[in-house]
Design a protein around this ligand. Structure first.
Ligand code: MN
Length: 729
């Protein structure tokens, strides 16, 4: 393994760094701390052979990069004196004040916590770290920077120590850094630790990165150049910074190892980051990006308007580059950038910022919550499990308003949270408040958030199919699916019923609903259906193929329901209730058919005849069948009064065939077709016979709403120049 030569930090570098910063530092206090520490460590050396003071200098320098305050820098200078020299805490307190002494004490105590012990002891030690953090978070920030420098110089240590230190870094410090949002530090210590824990994998990934870096850099460079060119005239006060983002080696490893993705899948994800001065410029930049490249729908996320709970803010969008390669663009201000990279440490850099205090407070809240949650648990195993999951970057834990902790994988949404509480909470969820603020359903939870699930009191409320794509846990997914399986039954019944009705209608069959279980009994048995609903559901999901049984049903219908004298009964009113169009006195739900002899239409005077099968056959009052029956007094009791129902907008239509005679002119067909189209009258059939006298006899079958409309149509047809006669056939 090749190691880059480590920078050896000097006090001059520290002074220069302080002078370069806008932030005000008490330089003389820092100088006194340096001189005091240099003297105390005078005869000590690092494993590298450098004077020991180079280490506190390095830690101080890193903390300056984070923008930490004077007391933190002083404490960093002094962080190893109490542990490694004769200096006492009292001396430090006298010389540098209570705060610096407290920070040094905290770091010293943290250093004494042995992290590699039995699991329950490890849990207890982690608890101590958390406690120290909750008292003054600067303690852990110093400790993390101390660890960073020790990791950078780990190659000087004996091999046996390397592995332990690397493990401790990976298991304890990296997760803490992650929790504190200190991304750059976390990435670096993770990569450094990974290098010692799995040197082979580390160098493999490093090699792969090198092999592909040319192609990658060429793509990113061309994108960066295109954007920079476009930005030049866009009126930004300062030139926006455009970076191509590179994933950490351990990040790639984790993805490949844990998600089983290929190196190409992970590596070929391109991303560009744009950093500007103001929020206004963020949106301006976004507009320009969306103008330059085609955005992929639904991939835009506005974390500026709705920051993540860990304070992360940025605009995210994914667009298609000129080469057709998609890439992600993150747009943020410098302050947002520092928060994203340095996490909690950014608080000190922007201490004067309006939200500084609130941000820090909400960061610290989760630490207190872990500690409290731990104190309530008596089971040691439970504590270990809690801490492990709490500190694992793969898990987050959020709280119910009552303080119950819900552990979920990273990326879990409020939907996962709701189903984790209870299936019914999930099914009834209509939204959620996170830390008192309404969030969208795809809101991803982060540790420490308090989630209040809002439920619907509507008994019909249920999950949405789209939730399946939003939620993260299998638990939530399977609960949503099982809801839909149950729910789908209702949908299937509705659909199956509609299909059956449609098929009956198509075949002019009308079976009273109460007869259906008997009418369909044979087929229900054949398909193992216990109830008519089961049968509908089976039709709905395709388990019963209607077309395969229709012939049998038609035969059966013929046998039981159809008029014997009318082999093809035309059931014109398939809708069940009064929408039939005809009201039969004293009867409801009776089958109504229209006699083929006279084809009554709404508006005609009608009369009903009770058939030998089921239902009433409707005739026109001037129909010869009726007139003959009256004249001969045959079965007068079977003739009953019927009348047309008041036709509504959904009035059924009636088929009528017009018998038109016209002088030989083939254009008559075109005229009729055109007229029907103009009048929006469905023309279902048209045929022409040439008569011996040379005239044309046209039969046009149309659907009409009633006599009034039909008379109008007949009048219009009669006006065509070649038409001789028009009759209802
Ligand atoms: Mn140290």
């Amino acid at each position: 393994m090749v190691n880059k030569p480590e920078t050896v930090y000097t006090i001059d570098m520290i002074i220069q760094k302080i002078l370069d910063e806008e932030k005000q530092y008490d330089l003389s206090k820092i100088m006194s701390a340096y001189e005091f520490a240099a003297k105390a460590h005078a005869n000590q050396f690092r494993s590298s052979g450098e004077p020991y003071i180079t280490h506190p200098l390095a830690v101080s320098y890193i903390l300056l990069e984070f923008g930490m305050d004077t007391d933190t820098i002083c404490a960093a200078m002094l962080h190893d004196v109490v542990e490694d020299t004769d200096v006492t805490l009292d001396e430090i307190k006298k010389l540098f004040g209570q705060d610096v002494a407290m920070l040094v004490d905290g770091v010293t105590k943290l250093g004494k916590i042995p992290l590699f012990t039995k699991e329950e002891q490890q849990a207890e030690n982690v608890r101590k770290i958390l406690l120290a953090m909750s008292q003054d978070i600067r303690v852990i920030i110093i400790k993390l920077c101390d660890r960073l420098h020790n990791m950078r110089t780990l190659h000087y240590r004996p091999a046996a120590k390397q592995r332990n230190t690397a493990l401790e870094t990976m298991n304890i410090y990296a997760p803490i850094a992650h929790r504190l949002g200190m991304k750059t530090l976390k990435d670096e210590i993770e990569d450094l630790a990974f290098r010692y824990l799995d040197p082979y994998a580390y160098s493999e990934i490093e090699k792969m990165l090198q092999i592909r870096s040319d192609k990658r850099e060429a793509f990113i460079d061309s994108i960066k150049k295109q954007i920079a060119d476009r930005f030049r005239d866009a009126g930004f006060e300062h030139e926006p910074q455009i970076d191509g983002r590179v994933k950490s080696i351990y990040g790639i490893y984790k993805k490949a190892f844990m998600q089983g993705k290929s190196f190409d899948e992970i590596y070929d994800k391109y991303a560009v980051r744009i950093i500007v001065d103001t929020v206004f410029e963020c949106y301006n930049a976004l507009g320009i990006i969306h103008d330059m490249f085609r955005p992929i729908p639904n991939r835009f996320k506005d974390y500026i308007a709705t920051p993540k709970a860990n304070m992360y803010q940025s605009l995210h969008t994914t667009v298609i580059g000129r080469e057709g390669i998609p890439f992600e663009v993150q747009i943020r201000t410098w302050e947002m950038h520092h928060t994203a990279e340095y996490g909690i440490a950014a608080h000190w850099k922007y201490k004067e910022g309006i939200n500084g205090k609130d941000k820090l407070e909400s960061r610290l809240a989760w630490i207190r919550q872990i500690i409290e949650a731990q104190q309530e648990a008596d089971d040691v195993e439970e504590i270990v499990r809690t801490i492990k999951s709490d500190l694992s970057p793969e898990d987050i834990f959020a709280f119910t308003p009552k303080g119950d902790m819900i552990t979920l994988p990273v990326g879990a949404t409020i939907i996962d949270f709701a189903y984790a509480i209870h299936t019914q909470v999930g099914n009834k969820m209509k939204g959620a408040k996170v830390d008192g603020k309404l969030v969208s359903l795809d809101y991803q939870l982060t540790t420490g958030e308090i989630v209040e699930i809002l439920t619907s009191s509507d008994p019909n409320h249920g999950p949405n199919r789209a939730w399946l794509d939003i939620c993260k846990t299998n638990e939530a997914k399977s609960k949503i699916r099982s809801w839909f399986k149950k729910e789908r039954r209702e949908e299937n019944i509705t659909q199956g019923k509609a299909e059956l009705e449609k098929e009956f209608k198509r075949n002019f069959m009308r079976v009273p609903e109460e007869d259906l279980p008997i009418f369909l009994a044979e087929d229900m048995k054949r398909h193992n259906c216990q109830s008519i609903d089961d049968f509908y559901a089976a039709i709905g999901y395709g388990g019963v193929i209607l077309s395969r049984m229709m012939q049998r049903l038609k035969d059966k219908y013929q046998k039981y329901y159809a008029e014997p004298e009318s082999p093809e009964p035309r059931v014109q009113n398939p809708d069940r209730k009064s929408s039939s169009g005809v009201i039969v006195e004293g009867q409801s739900n009776i089958i109504v058919k229209f006699a083929q002899c006279c084809n009554p239409l709404p508006g005609d005077d009608i009369v009903g005849f009770i058939t030998k099968g089921h239902g009433v056959s409707v005739h026109k009052k001037d129909c010869s069948t009726y007139l003959n029956a009256m004249k001969n007094n045959t079965e007068p009791e079977r003739w009953i009064n019927v009348r047309w129902a008041n036709t509504s907008s959904s009035a059924p239509t009636f088929k009528v065939t017009l018998d038109i005679v016209a002088r030989e002119n083939i254009l008559i067909i075109a005229d009729i077709t055109k007229l029907m189209a103009e009048l929006h009258i469905p023309l279902t059939n048209i045929s022409v016979n040439m008569l011996k006298n040379g005239n044309a006899n046209v039969f046009a079958t149309i659907n009409t709403a009633g006599v009034a409309q039909l008379n109008n149509i007949i009048a219009r047809i009669k006006k065509f120049p070649d038409v001789i006669s028009v009759d209802r056939s």
